[in-house]
Every structure is written in structure tokens, then in C-alpha cells.
Design a binder for this molecule. Structure first.
Ligand SMILES: [Zn+2]
Length: 258
């Protein structure tokens, strides 16, 4: 099970609505995935917090008495004005419930898009952070034969490194980074005056379609290929970034290194 699937099922898991197989799969996933485990802990905490009696206001006795009065009243003449009061109390209760539920609903909406928006936001934040001086590159080199070995021993996988100078995207270096709870290799490319950050880490899915998102003036393209997850972020226009991804994926296997 991957994070995307796990997150879709977290709410149902919390509500004990999953079948045994799914429950086991998600339990196993969370044992190995700190990010999803943390999300689950957040939901559980939120649910617990929402059940606190301090969040609920009890109507004053006087209002309760009036509220219950129509039930005892047999005369429609007496019941009539009371009904107005009940309506008002119900309306007030409804607004109160809405006020309580709205933040939770917004929170859930945010979490649901969760996977997309949180990851895209993370990627853009990381890209912006990298642009600050001294943060862009740990290894400065336009030579893929220097950049690739630099990662050795620093990550538990060997990233794919390609120079794309011929395609108009020269490699300028790389660094270690963290994204979506993973230690990732960040390759840094240039497009004219713009910087492109390409993040990669191992993935269980061999291939996935490209997911293109615009986020506050940045373009983020996510895809998986040959058991690697990739995220490309830049402020170049979308066409340029698509072209970059195409160039990176082109020729399938990078030439042997070392
Ligand atoms: Zn996960």
C-alpha cells in the first residue's frame, strides 16, 4: 500500500469501517510510514477533541423548561407561540452546530486533497527554500559523473542523474533534501535564468501518469517511473517544465556511470 491509498482510507480506518484485509494493509503501512502514522494520530486526536463535553453548551434551565412545555401543552393556542420559540432554539442550535463543524470540515477538506496539496505545497516550499543563498546545492557540478557519485552513501538508493544541457536544461548540481517524509535526492537544473529542482526517491509504483499542478506561480509535475517517484518544481512556464520532464524521461536508461 502506498501513502496515496493509505490516506484515502485513514478516515474509514479510524471509524472502523474497513474490512480485515484493508485494516491489516493500513496498519502495516503505518508501521513503516511515519507520515501516515502522524496523519492518523492527528485525526484520532481531532476526533477525541471534538467529543469533549466542554465544546457543547447546555441550554439554561429556563430555556429547557420553555422548550419542553409544548410537549405537555394540549391546547394549540398555548402551543403556537411556543413553537416559535422552539424554532428559534433549533435555529440557534443549528448555527452553533455549524460553527462547531465548519472548522473540522475545512480541516478534513484540506487533509483530503491532503495528499496533493500538502505534497505540492511541500515541494514548492522546498524549492523556495533552496533558492536562498547557500541552500541550493551541496555539490556544485555540471558533470553528472561528479553529481551521481556524490550521493553515494548519503542515501539508501542511487538517484538517476542526467545532464540535459543538450536539451537546454544544464545540470548545475545537487543536494540532499526531505520531501513528504522521505530522504530525497534533489537535482538542480537551469533553464535560462530559472532554477528547476528535481526531487526523486524510490517508489513502489513502476509508472504513473504525470500530475501537473500550478501553485502560486510555480509549476509542480509529479510522476513515477521505473520504481522512482519524481517531483519537478520550477517557476518556468508549464510548457518548459513539461519539456524538461520529457527530456529527463527520454532515452529511458541513462548511460552507465562510474
Ligand atoms: Zn504513508
Amino acid at each position: 500500500m502506498m501513502c496515496n491509498d493509505a490516506r484515502l482510507l485513514l478516515h474509514a480506518y479510524l471509524d472502523d469501517e474497513l474490512d480485515a484485509a484493508q485494516s491489516v494493509a493500513i496498519t502495516r503501512h503505518m508501521q513503516g510510514c511515519a507520515t501516515c502514522a502522524a496523519d492518523y494520530a492527528d485525526y484520532a486526536q481531532l476526533r477525541k477533541a471534538m467529543a469533549q463535553s466542554s465544546l457543547y453548551r447546555h441550554a439554561p434551565d429556563e430555556l429547557r423548561k420553555q422548550w419542553k412545555a409544548p410537549e405537555r401543552a394540549t391546547s394549540p393556542v398555548i402551543a403556537k407561540p411556543r413553537r416559535g420559540l422552539v424554532g428559534l432554539a433549533m435555529a440557534a442550535g443549528f448555527v452553533g452546530a455549524l460553527l462547531l463543524v465548519a472548522p473540522m470540515w475545512l480541516y478534513m477538506q484540506h487533509q483530503r486533497g491532503g495528499d496533493t496539496s500538502a505534497m505540492v505545497g511541500d515541494a514548492v516550499s522546498s524549492h523556495i527554500r533552496s533558492m536562498q543563498q547557500q541552500h541550493l546545492m551541496d555539490v556544485v557540478s555540471t558533470d553528472q559523473h561528479t553529481v551521481k557519485p556524490w550521493f553515494e552513501g548519503k542515501l539508501d538508493f542511487s538517484p538517476r542523474v542526467k545532464d540535459l544541457a543538450g536539451e537546454g536544461f544544464p545540470l548545475i548540481g545537487g543536494r540532499l533534501d526531505a520531501l513528504d517524509g522521505h530522504s530525497v535526492a534533489a537535482l538542480v537544473y537551469k533553464r535560462r535564468l530559472h532554477v528547476i529542482n528535481l526531487y526523486q526517491w524510490p517508489s513502489t509504483s513502476t509508472t504513473s501518469a504525470q500530475d501537473i499542478t500550478q501553485w502560486h506561480g510555480y509549476t509542480v509535475i509529479r510522476w513515477a517511473s521505473r520504481n522512482m517517484q519524481y517531483v519537478a518544481v520550477s517557476d518556468v512556464n508549464e510548457d518548459d517544465l513539461r519539456q524538461f520532464v520529457l527530456a529527463f524521461e527520454n532515452d529511458a536508461v541513462s548511460p552507465p556511470m562510474r
